[in-house]
Write a protein that binds this ligand. Sequence first.
Ligand SMILES: [Ca+2]
Ligand SMILES: [Ca+2]
Length: 74
Amino acid sequence: MKKLLLAMGFTAFSMAAYAATVDFTTADADGNGAVTMEEAMAAMPDVSSDAVAAADSDGDGVLTVAEYEALASQ
Ligand SMILES: [Ca+2]
Ligand SMILES: [Ca+2]
């Protein structure tokens, strides 16, 4: 019974994560507080490099939390 509940919980979590894309801390694979283009595209395979570059509003080549969330919420 416990296993079944865990499985159901995991399924619900997976569906929610898919719907909301990947959160910043997950996308930031090396945990340095910035999401590079490579990290963004690994986290969101459907997103083009052009979209990531457009989301980098200050043009420093990496996405901050705010820049990433603007991209992820599109
Ligand atoms: Ca990073
Ligand atoms: Ca930036």
